[in-house]
Design a protein around this ligand. Structure first.
Ligand SMILES: Nc1ncnc2c1ncn2[C@@H]1O[C@H](COP(=O)(O)OP(=O)(O)OP(=O)(O)O)[C@@H](O)[C@H]1O
Ligand SMILES: NC(=O)c1ccc[n+]([C@@H]2O[C@H](COP(=O)(O)O)[C@@H](O)[C@H]2O)c1
Ligand SMILES: [Zn+2]
Length: 307
């Protein structure tokens, strides 16, 4: 039974004693009203910047300071090449840079599942995948009663919404998965054809942690959106007091102009970019004129954006 548990941890590349101890602790602390949380951030990470890493630290400090949450893990999920965003270099390189950037973190990891899929995957589906991983990696999974096993099997069989399973039934003994993003992503919810209404409902019901970003007014946006307003208690706004407007777009611009990006990206990432000759005028033209995958995929879907 114990070996099965460790095999499962190994498959998930989870560190048993660092991460799961925190997770188990959060389970124990649940009786005191503390919920374990796993933060998932989806994006291009083209390339990963110090601000992406800061976003995780800010979110953990914020959530834990409430006294209600214990953040047990952070997951970076770089988008697949099929996203078709202009200037998006191969996920092989983006994943390797993200792994180099997180070597020094004992709680943030990089997950390649999303980028390994043949086509671009909706963020709600990525959340569902990680939610399933969390449920099946429960430390006491072998000891659950048959009702729970039945529920789990049902969940495995259905390719449908999982907010019930993850945010209600399992909250006591399974960490809660929350999406971590910058305010610009929240605002993108209103772009026609970009997000499906039901996906936004699903993401918001998991819980969202949103870090402020200059140029975006997330609070005003939540106020203006009926959908987000309904979920306002599950949306955590994290104020970044040390303003840091680093963006990957600015990094790519500086790199193709031969300017230094040192201290804005982790040193190991700067070296990797230099060694592999990444981010050139040519790579920035990649996918030029190609429609972004979600717009393409949802073009015939008439569902309205967050309103
Ligand atoms: N400076 C920042 N402040 C707050 N959030 C950020 C910041 N930079 C990136 N993020 C967030 O990190 C996640 C991944 O973002 P992404 O990979 O698109 O980086 P980016 O810097 O916005 O890149 P690009 O300029 O290519 O769009 C998103 O949720 C984004 O909002
Ligand atoms: N409908 C959707 O699920 C949807 C739409 C647009 C972007 N996204 C995701 O948001 C992230 C945005 O990243 P960028 O800001 O780098 O474009 C990506 O991970 C992308 O897959 C999801
Ligand atoms: Zn972005």
């Amino acid at each position: 039974m114990a070996s099965k548990f460790f095999l499962r941890l190994k498959r998930l590349q989870v560190q048993p004693w660092s991460t799961w101890n925190r997770c188990l602790a959060s389970g124990a602390m649940d009786r005191q009203g503390v919920t374990g949380v796993v933060l998932l951030s989806c994006g291009s990470f083209n390339p990963i910047t110090n601000m992406h890493l800061r976003m995780f630290e800010l979110a953990r400090d914020y959530l834990e300071d409430t006294g209600k949450y214990r953040v047990v893990k952070g997951i970076i999920s770089p988008v697949g090449d099929g996203y078709n965003k202009k200037g998006l270099i191969e996920s092989f390189h983006r994943i390797r840079m993200a792994r180099l950037a997180t070597v020094t973190s004992d709680w943030i990891e990089v997950d390649g599942w999303e980028s390994e899929q043949l086509d671009w995957v909706e963020t709600a589906r990525v959340m569902r995948h990680h939610c399933e991983n969390l449920v099946s990696a429960e430390p006491n999974a072998d000891e659950v009663d048959t009702v729970k096993v039945g529920r789990k099997r049902k969940h495995k069989e259905m390719d449908s919404r999982c907010e019930d399973l993850c945010s209600k039934r399992h909250r006591a003994d399974c960490p809660r998965l929350m999406m971590l993003c910058g305010a610009d992503i929240l605002e993108s919810f209103a772009v026609p054809g970009l997000w499906k209404q039901e996906d936004l409902e699903e993401i918001a019901s998991h819980g969202l942690v949103c870090v402020t970003r200059s140029g975006s007014d997330a609070e005003a946006f939540i106020h203006s959106s009926d959908l987000l307003w309904r979920h306002r208690h599950d949306i955590h706004m994290v104020r970044e007091w040390v303003a840091n407007d680093v963006s990957a777009t600015q990094m790519r611009r500086a790199l193709r102009r031969g300017q230094s990006v040192r201290y804005l990206l982790p040193d190991a990432v700067v070296s990797y970019i230099r060694e592999n000759g990444l981010y050139t005028a040519e790579s920035e033209e990649k996918n030029s004129g190609v429609v972004l995958a979600p717009l393409e995929k949802h073009s015939e879907n008439k569902s309205s954006p967050a309103s």
